[in-house]
Every structure is written in C-alpha cells, then in structure tokens.
Design a binder for this molecule. Structure first.
Ligand code: HEM
Length: 543
C-alpha cells in the first residue's frame, strides 16, 4: 500500500493520458463527447493532484516528499491552495495557526495558487533557511519588477551586481562611521519632530504621532541618502508629492496581484490596475530622483570627488568608477529603495513602542528614570548614550519582539536549488520560503508569557537575557539573518532608540480618553497599528 501511495504521489496526473484507451476510438470520433471527457478528466486530474498533495496544488507530483521526511501542510482548495485563507485576516497569524494545526511548525508547505511556498515557525529550521546560500534570492513579483526593484539591493538576484551593491551600501551608508557622521541630521529631525508635537498639542489638545514620525523618518533618510531635507514645519508641496509617491509605491508593492500566483490567469487580469499604476509612477520617480542626481553633479563637474564621512549616498554613487559605475536607471532604483525601506519601518516601530509605553506607565517611568540618570532631565541624549541605557535597549527589543515590523520578514526568499534540511526534509528549487518571525516571538515554548509586554526579560540586571537582535539568534531576528540580513539594522536601531528616548525625556505620555489605544494590527509592507496612535503629551518643565 505504501508503495502505491508513493508512486501516485510522485505523479498523480499520469492516468489522464490513459483516458483515450479507456474510452475507445469510436468515442474519440465524437468531438463533443471528447471535449466533455477531457474537461472532466482535467478537472479530475486537478482534484486528484490536489487531494494527494500535502501542501496543496502547487505541491503536486510529490514535491513535498523529496526528502526522507515529507513537508506537511494544508491542501487548501483546488487550484487556489491557501490563497483565500491567507487573504482573510492577518497572514502571519493565519500561517501560525495553520502551522500548529498541521503539526508543521518546523516547516509547512502551502500553495499560494500555483506558487509553492514553505514557512518555518521554529528558530532552528528558520536559521538554516536564512543562512543557506541557495536561499539567497528573492521571488520577484510583477509590481516590484515594474517599479525597478529588480536592480535594487532588496530584490536583485544574489550575483555579482547584488554583492557589489551590498558592499557599496555597507561601506558608504551603513558603516558605523557614516551612521555617526549623520547624527547631527538625526538629532535635527528629532528636534523638529518634538516641536511639531508640542504645536499640535497646543492647537488640538492631543497628538497623532504617526504623521510626525513619518515626516522625521522621511527627512532622516532624505538627509543621509540625498543630502536634502524638507521644511516640514509648514505645508510643503514637494514633501507632499514625495510622500504621496512613497504611499503609492507601498500600495503597489503590497497589492496582491492574482496573475503572480495563478499561472493560468491571463496576464491582462489586473483588477488592482497594478501595471497601469506602475507605469504612471515610474516616470515620476525617475524624474524626481534624476533631478536630485543632476543637482549633485553640477557643483563638482570637472573636479575629483572628495568624499567626507558626511557626504550623502548620491555623492557616493556618483563617485563610483570602472566596474562599479552604475547606470542612471540603476542609481534611481537603489536610491528609491532606500527611501522606501528607511521610512516605514523606523516610524512604525516607534509608534508601537510609544503605544506600549502609554499602556504600561510603570515601564515609561522606569525608562524616564534611566534617561534622567544618564543625561539628566535637560541633557541632550546622544547616540553614544544609548549604550549606557540597557533599559531603553530592552524596551526597543521587547517592541521588536511583540510587534516585529516584518512579521514574515518582509521579503521572502526563493530556493535556487533543491535544498536538504537537517530534519530530513527537502525544499525543491523554485520554492518561495518565509520565516514566521511573529510566530517564533509569540511561541510560549520559547518565551514566558509571550503576549505580555515586559522589557525586563531583556534587562540583565533584572534577571533577563541580553539577546542580539541583529540576526545572531533566531529566537528574535526581526532584521532577518544570513547574507540577505537587513543592511540598515544598525541605522534602524539607533534611530528608533534615539527617538523613543527623546520622546520620553521631553514629554509625559498618556492616553486620550475619547480615542483609546487599540493594538489591532494591519499588515501592509510592514506591520502597522490599524488605528494610528493618538496620545496626550505633556511637556516636562525641566527639559
Ligand atoms: C526597524 C527597522 C528595520 C527593520 C525591522 C528591517 C527589517 C528588514 C528585514 C526583515 C529584511 C529582510 C531580511 C532577510 O531577508 O533576511 C530587510 C531587508 C532590507 N532592509 Fe531593512 N529593516 C529596517 C530598517 C531598514 C533601513 C533603515 C534601511 C535602509 C535605509 C533598510 C534597508 C533594507 C534593505 C536594502 C534590505 C534588503 C537586503 C537584501 O536583500 O540584500 N532597512 N529589512
């Protein structure tokens, strides 16, 4: 019996080809009957393939059973697999539930239409996936390709071009000395944000924090990447245009495009008008970024470029020579991606942190006491102080644990070869692989009271454990791990730490009674608070 099952799961559609023999040649002569028979046969083949494949329709022909151990997973529904379950609610929570109910937390196979996918909710297997060289590519959806991201760091295939981009970015944008050189800009953006919060409090009696955080994040990244900042203290048409373009790009990258996953759908089927909207957006992006590049070209034409540590990233890209020299289109793609990645994650993570600090006033007071003890209530908090504030670091880590900005690590990986895992499972080439970081950080066998916001768990002086969140320990790796780990992790961490510290030093934060805090989530490109945080910020007299 085992043998029969084995062979039928190896190719469950073989029997369709025997149909003419069963039906006989006379029947074959009757065309209408033939069409009906073939239709029934195809439907039956699809149903049989679906019924026999663990993981659903994209896992037919024994794809889930290439190793000694089969990859378990839900069948979903014929042709569509688990698309509809994933479309309802929050994908990271749905996948966590499915992984548990299918006893597949190590690795679960599932189908997004005709796309075969696996997800791991367990640190050991997650580490193997993220660090395996044959998992270093990413699946490229249509919108990402049309928005030029195939030539940017995040989606470029892991070859020479991608390695070169990573090297340039690590040396010139994310190196510690560069991050330090841009501190004055970071402080300036933060001070502007604090003044903006004060004005909004004075005029409306409450503050919607997200606008302020997104403005600061945009200026922060514009400053270090383009050497340009917008004046956000008043209405600024240019900044509004850029924000609107970023929003449209987010919407397009996040949009579900049916023909990405249902190979039998005609390419024209595009209910979200992804193609048309990308075609409208790309020339606008190209124009905006090219103008900034041209502004950078002008003053230095004819001179050799001298790059100080606080030169911006456009200067760096323009200074590249020889094999490293990028075409204008590639430069636009790389710079555009930085705006994208740098603006949403830091702002949204800070918003979650502030929501938790308002809901946990004792944590807020304890953090303020630490800040006052290190810099005094009126001192200027600098990047260097963060290392002396273990409780601040614990608050940021706990926020990353409870609300990881990329609960499925943002952008998935793609296997470029059959990959043997140490648990006996084999992930076939061409499989989309995800790590459910949210499931790992909410797993009660790894974390005590995982749903409780408790920074003490990371504070060594309170018996907690100091975990490196930058990819070394998969129990908490919100920046991913391996060769495609987030290159902006240090910049992201220092920015969020500085903002949270300065927000707490400057104001006492409380809830707005008429507009209570709601921790419901929505997963767009990053995990956002569904209802933006409204808060009551009382300026501390001493600051
Ligand atoms: C709190 C802040 C941030 C979080 C939580 C975060 C998270 C992530 C995650 C989970 C990945 C995928 C990693 C993987 O596949 O293993 C990623 C990739 C990436 N991130 Fe970040 N990120 C943050 C901030 C930033 C910033 C500030 C920048 C740049 C300005 C940035 C640029 C990138 C880029 C370019 C990639 C693609 C890397 C590649 O594919 O080689 N990130 N990030």
């Amino acid at each position: 019996m085992a043998l029969v099952l084995q062979s039928s799961s190896t190719d469950s559609s073989w029997w369709v080809f025997t149909l003419p023999a069963f039906l006989g040649s006379e029947v074959l002569a009757d065309h209408s009957l033939l069409v009906v028979s073939l239709f029934i046969a195809s439907i039956s083949a699809v149903l049989l393939a679906w019924a026999l494949s663990s993981g659903g329709p994209a896992w037919a022909n024994g794809r889930s059973h290439r190793g000694a151990t089969q990859i378990p997973g839900p069948r979903g529904i014929p042709l569509f697999g688990s698309i509809f379950s994933l479309a309802q609610g929050l994908p990271h929570r749905t996948l966590a539930r499915l992984s548990k109910s299918n006893r597949a937390t190590q690795l679960m196979a599932f189908s997004i239409g005709s796309t075969p996918a696996v997800v791991s909710s367990e640190p050991g297997v997650a580490k193997e996936i993220l660090s395996h060289p044959n998992f270093a590519d990413r699946p490229l959806k249509r919108s990402a390709r049309e928005l030029m991201f195939a030539r940017a760091i995040g989606f470029a295939p892991s070859g020479t071009y991608w390695r070169m981009l990573r090297r340039i970015a690590s040396t010139h944008l994310f190196a510690p000395r560069r991050i330090a050189a841009h501190e004055p800009g970071r402080q300036f953006d933060c001070s502007t944000m604090l003044s903006g919060i004060e004005s909004e409090m004075a005029s409306t009696g409450a503050v919607k924090l997200r606008n302020h955080l997104q403005g600061a994040a945009l200026n922060n990244i514009m400053g270090s990447v383009f050497g340009k900042r917008y004046n956000l203290s008043e209405e600024n048409a240019d900044a509004e245009v850029l924000k609107q373009m970023v929003r449209e790009g987010f919407a397009l990258l996040g949009a579900f495009n049916w023909s990405d996953h249902l190979s039998w759908l005609p390419k024209m089927f595009d209910p979200s008008r992804v193609e048309k909207r990308c075609a409208d957006l790309v020339p606008r992006v190209r124009k905006l970024v090219s103008e900034i590049i041209d502004e950078h070209r002008k003053p230095l034409e004819g001179c050799e470029r001298q790059l100080g540590n606080n030169g911006d990233f456009v200067d760096v890209l323009l200074s590249l020579e020889g094999e490293e020299k990028l075409s204008e289109d590639d430069m636009v793609a790389v710079l555009w991606e930085m705006i994208f990645r740098g603006t949403d994650t830091t702002a949204l993570l800070t918003e979650w942190a502030m929501a938790e600090l308002i809901l946990h006033p004792t944590v807020q007071s304890k953090l303020r006491a630490e800040i006052d003890s290190v810099v005094g209530s009126a001192g200027t908090i600098q990047d260097a102080h963060v290392a002396q504030m273990p409780y601040l670091q614990a608050v940021v880590k706990e926020t990353l644990r409870v609300h990881p900005p990329g609960p499925l690590l943002s952008w998935a990986r793609l296997s470029t070869d059959d990959i043997q895992l140490s648990n006996g499972m084999v992930v076939p080439a061409g499989t989309t692989a995800m790590v459910n970081m949210w499931a790992i950080t909410h797993d009660s066998s790894i974390w005590t009271n995982p749903d409780k916001f408790d920074p003490a768990r990371f504070n060594v002086s309170e018996g907690g454990v100091d975990i490196d969140v930058r990819g070394g320990d998969l129990k908490l790796a919100p920046f991913g791990a391996g060769r495609r780990v987030c290159p902006g992790k240090n910049l992201g961490l220092i920015t969020v730490s500085l903002w949270v510290a300065r927000l707490v030093q400057r104001f006492e934060w409380g809830p707005v009674e008429s507009d209570p805090i709601d921790l419901s989530e929505v997963l767009k490109l990053s995990l956002e608070m569904k209802k933006p945080l409204a808060a009551f910020a009382t300026a501390r007299n001493c600051v």
